[in-house]
Ligand binder design. Structure first.
Ligand code: ZN
Length: 206
C-alpha cells in the first residue's frame, strides 16, 4: 500500500466542494402538521439531547411525496423534519419526541430525514442543508456539538449509531447513502465524521 495515492484522512472532497463553490444552506420552512402526537422527551418538553440524521432509502421519492406519506403513516414512524437540496421543512414540533429510531432514542433526539439526491451539486447542497440544520438545532436547544457516531456518546447521531449503541432498530442510514454518493460524485466515500466537521463549520458560523 503506497501512501501517494491515499487521500488525506481528514480532507473531505464533499466539504471542500461545498466551501469552494460557496454553497449556502437554505432557510428553514416551518409547516407543522397538527396530526402528530405530542409526547415529552425523557427529560421533558423542549429537552432533546441531540439530533439523529436519517436518509429515506427511497431512490424514487421527492420531499413532498415523503412528507405526504409520513403524515399518512405516522402511527408507524415519523420524524420532525425533511431535508433535500432546496428545502429544510419542519413538520413536527421539535419540543416533542418523534418516532424514528425506536426505544430509547425516540425519547432523546430531534430527528430528520434526507431525501435521496441524484446529482453531484444537489447532494452537496443537501449535505450542507443537513449540517446547517443540525448546527441550528444544537444552538436552539443549547446542546454542545459532540460526534456520537464513533463512541455512542454525544449530540450528533446517525440512525446507524443510534441502532448500534442504543438499540431500537437495525437501521444503518445514512451511512450507505453518504458512502455511495461520495464515491459516485466525488471519488471518495462521505462519512459521518466528515459530516460532523461540516456541522462544526456551520455551528461556528451561527
Ligand atoms: Zn433512519
Amino acid at each position: 500500500m503506497l501512501g501517494i495515492l491515499v487521500p488525506q484522512v481528514n480532507a473531505s472532497a464533499v466539504n471542500h466542494y461545498i466551501a469552494k463553490h460557496h454553497i449556502k444552506h437554505v432557510t428553514i420552512t416551518t409547516k407543522i402538521w397538527g396530526g402528530f402526537p405530542h409526547y415529552k422527551y425523557r427529560h421533558g418538553k423542549g429537552k432533546p439531547e441531540g439530533v439523529v440524521v436519517h436518509e429515506t432509502g427511497n431512490p424514487h421519492s421527492d420531499i413532498f411525496g415523503e412528507i405526504a406519506y409520513m403524515k399518512k403513516n405516522y402511527r408507524n414512524a415519523f420524524v420532525h423534519s425533511f431535508v433535500d437540496d432546496d428545502h429544510i421543512i419542519n413538520i413536527a414540533n421539535t419540543n416533542y419526541l418523534a418516532w424514528g429510531v425506536g426505544y430509547p432514542g425516540n425519547a432523546r433526539f430531534v430527528q430528520f430525514e434526507q431525501v435521496e439526491m441524484h446529482t453531484k451539486k444537489n447532494f452537496a447542497q443537501e449535505v450542507e442543508n443537513a449540517a446547517y440544520y443540525v448546527a441550528y438545532l444544537l444552538k436552539e436547544y443549547k446542546l454542545k456539538p459532540n460526534d456520537a457516531c464513533y463512541d455512542g456518546k454525544g449530540t450528533v447521531w446517525s440512525h446507524a449509531a443510534a441502532a448500534k449503541y442504543l438499540g431500537g432498530s437495525d437501521h444503518t442510514d445514512p451511512v450507505g447513502y453518504y458512502k455511495n454518493r461520495g464515491k459516485k460524485y466525488f471519488h471518495q466515500a462521505y462519512t459521518m465524521k466528515q459530516f460532523y466537521h461540516l456541522v462544526l463549520t456551520n455551528y461556528e458560523n451561527l
